[in-house]
Every structure is written in structure tokens, then in C-alpha cells.
Design a protein around this ligand. Structure first.
Ligand SMILES: [Fe+2]
Length: 408
């Protein structure tokens, strides 16, 4: 059987019906009859002739074949067709065939219908019409399936591009915060690490954890609208700030929420807006309390406060415990303290030091350059006495103008 090479590359628009019948007058009659329904009809008296036609003729939508033919059985030919032309609609005409064999052939999909001889013109036309309708439906379904797969691929590509664009936008926000104040971007990254760990402890969904991560990274982006020297109220003292500066600070959650509106996950903006709300309602900007505060914002609030605390470890723990159900949601505080006790690596914070405040063991969190831009000590270095002595020597002859940050 050499039908594989005969498979057409493109299905034609014209619907063709192949009729295989070994009695020439009957074949002629059938061709004329079927042609009345407006399709192209080709005829073959043997299976060999039919195979020859399939090599050159257009793809046949419907094949009506007699069962008993001089060079083989129509049912066997239907099996061949099924293998090489799975979309062809096969109709078998028979006068002498065992019913169970026929039923099996239908059930296994080898033939679409069968028709008994002698032929009844109306039956032949009905079956051929049904066959053509089925062929068209199958072809349309195939076209829709292909189109759907293509659309899904396009959608997948668009989603990948959108995700990359969103990541770039988040990176851009982090870059803006880093340029505004290196501590601000580092704060977002550390709080995000806490939030991911707390989310996992709480068995939150991956979507919720990702919402928390993005919100944590960008929750303070609104602070870049506040003058640099005032944004750290605990550094300058809240009471020393003017009313306009206080307003700038207290409105930063709402400003941050406006900035992160670009993210399609709208929960991010809601979490960002509520990260300074207190459990008892004494927070800002809305002063909402208890369950009115989104739980993800209540989670973020704990490491956010921790990372800005100037306290030592034990004082920090006492501060968190003292504020359970006051400032912090009890469950969020419980999970935070659990991680605080068991995962000390999360406890690292960052602070600014001068060259004279440097001490052995401090880890640099930014590169330190001299005034000519030459790298003196790279980020990540655990300072030794030798590093410190070298930096002090440089600083004495040509003061290091940049800010220096360490983790502690
Ligand atoms: Fe904040």
C-alpha cells in the first residue's frame, strides 16, 4: 500500500466523493446520482484503481465502497483509508456481511455508515449528504482547534512579555528607591524575604505570597515624594518635623498604592495602602482596625516595623510582643516571632555607618569607592582590621564622600 505518498498537503475547497463499484453500469448510475447534490464525483471499479485515483485526484471527503471487489474487500480498504486519510468519511455498501463484523467496524471508527444492496437512491443520497456534513464539521473543528492552539500560544507569549514588563517595572521602582536612599530599597528587599517566609509558614497560596512579595518590595515607594532628610522620622525625630513633612510621611502608604496601580494584581495596591494600619485602629492612613485590615497587609506590617527598629535583638522581641493586638495582628506577630526565634538569618538589618564607626566583622552592603571611582572594598565583604585601616587611611587623605552601609 503506497497511500502515504498520496496524502495531499492542502485540503481543497471542492468536496469530492469517491465511489468504488465493480459493476460499470451501476458505478455510472451512482456517479450521476451523487453528482446531483453538487459535489465532484470520481469512480473506480477496483481497489487498485481507487488507490491510483487517490494518488492524483483531490482529497476525497467521502468514499463509498462496495464490500466485495475483484481485488479485495471494501472493509479492508476502509481500514487503509482510516490510517492514511483519518478525516475521510467511509461508507461501505454490502449485501453479504456478518452483522457483528460490520458493527465492530462501525464501533472502531473504520466506517461511518453502511448501506445495503440493492441500492435505494434516496438512502444513497442521504448517507452521502450526511457524510459530507460530517466531513465539513470535522474539518471546521480541526480548524478551530488549530486556531485555538495558535491563540493560546500567542496568549502565552503575551503573558510572558507582560510578566517581563511587570518585573521591569518593579525593578525600576526598586532602582528609584535605591537612588533616593539605598536603605529604602534594601528595606523593601528584606521585608519581602520576611513576607515570603511568613506566607509559607501560614500556608498561603502562591498567588498570595507573590502579592505579599511585590507589595513588600514597593510598599515605601511613596516616600520618594518626601524630602530625603525627613523620610526617616526616627532618625531626625518625629517632633522636629513640620506639619507638611509629617503629612508627606503619613500619606506615603496612599502615594505608594497609587504608584503600584500599574500592577494588574490589584491586591498589591490594597496591601501597600494598609501597611501602616494598626490592629487597634490607631494606624494610618485610614485608621481601620481588626479584620478590616487586609491580612496580607497585617503580615507585612510586622517585618516592616522590625526592619526600621533601632533596637537590639532582645528589645526587638519585647517590642513585638508588647504590640500584639495593639499594633500587630496576633497571628502575624506569632508567625514573625516563630521565625525570629528559629531563622536568625532573617533578622539581618542594614544601617549606615561612617568610616570611624566601622568595626571588625561588619558586612558591607554596598561597594566602597575612592574619590576617583576606584573600588576600595566590594559589597558583601566582612570587614577585617586590615580593610578598616586601609579605608581610614584613604579617608584621612581624601575623604570618602559616598554613604557606607553594613548589615547587622
Ligand atoms: Fe512605610
Amino acid at each position: 500500500m503506497d497511500l502515504q505518498n498520496a496524502r495531499p498537503v492542502v485540503a481543497p475547497e471542492v468536496v469530492t466523493v469517491l465511489i468504488i463499484e465493480d459493476e460499470p453500469p451501476l458505478l455510472d448510475l451512482l456517479q450521476q446520482l451523487v453528482a446531483t447534490i453538487g459535489c465532484e464525483v470520481v469512480g473506480a471499479a477496483t481497489l487498485g484503481e481507487a488507490r491510483g485515483l487517490l494518488k492524483t485526484a483531490p482529497h476525497c471527503a467521502v468514499v463509498l465502497t462496495d464490500q466485495r471487489l475483484p481485488d479485495g474487500m471494501g472493509l479492508d480498504f476502509c481500514k487503509e483509508l482510516r490510517a492514511f486519510y483519518p478525516n475521510s468519511i467511509r461508507i461501505l455498501s454490502t449485501g453479504f456481511i456478518e452483522t457483528d463484523v460490520l458493527l465492530q467496524a462501525i464501533n472502531q471508527g473504520e466506517i461511518f455508515r453502511f448501506i445495503t444492496k440493492p441500492y435505494n437512491a434516496e438512502n444513497v443520497l442521504t448517507l452521502v449528504r450526511d457524510g459530507i456534513a460530517r466531513w465539513k464539521t470535522d474539518r471546521e473543528n480541526e480548524r478551530l482547534k488549530t486556531a485555538l492552539i495558535q491563540k493560546n500560544e500567542q496568549l502565552g507569549n503575551a503573558n510572558t512579555k507582560l510578566a517581563a514588563a511587570l518585573d521591569n517595572s518593579v525593578d525600576l521602582c526598586m532602582d528609584i528607591m535605591d537612588r533616593y536612599d539605598h536603605l529604602l530599597a534594601g528595606h523593601g528587599e528584606r521585608v519581602a524575604r520576611w513576607c515570603i517566609a511568613m506566607g509559607r509558614e501560614l500556608h498561603l497560596s502562591e498567588t498570595e505570597i507573590d502579592t505579599l512579595r511585590i507589595a513588600a518590595l514597593m510598599h515605601d515607594i511613596g516616600l520618594v515624594s518626601v524630602e530625603r532628610e525627613f523620610h526617616k522620622r526616627q532618625q531626625v525625630g518625629w517632633e522636629k518635623l513640620q506639619a507638611v513633612q509629617k503629612a508627606g510621611l503619613t500619606s506615603h502608604p496612599a502615594t505608594s498604592a497609587q504608584v503600584v496601580q500599574f500592577h494588574p494584581n490589584q491586591a498589591v495596591a490594597e496591601v501597600v495602602k494598609c501597611h501602616h494600619e494598626w490592629f487597634n485602629g490607631n494606624g494610618y492612613p485610614e485608621g481601620i482596625a481588626y479584620d478590616r485590615i487586609p491580612f496580607l497587609a497585617a503580615i507585612l506590617a510586622v517585618p516592616d516595623a522590625y526592619d526600621e527598629l533601632p533596637y537590639m535583638r532582645q528589645d526587638t522581641k519585647e517590642f513585638i510582643e508588647r504590640n500584639v493586638s495593639v499594633r500587630f495582628h496576633p497571628e502575624a506577630a506569632r508567625i514573625f516571632l516563630h521565625l525570629f526565634d528559629n531563622r536568625p538569618e532573617f533578622g539581618e538589618r542594614e544601617r549606615e555607618v561612617t568610616v570611624s564607626q566601622m568595626a571588625e566583622g561588619m558586612k558591607l552592603t554596598n561597594n566602597v569607592y575612592n574619590s576617583l571611582g576606584v573600588l576600595l572594598v566590594p559589597k558583601g565583604t566582612a570587614l577585617t582590621d586590615r580593610h578598616i585601616m586601609r579605608l581610614r587611611q584613604y579617608n584621612a587623605t581624601e575623604p570618602i564622600a559616598q554613604r557606607i552601609f553594613i548589615s547587622a
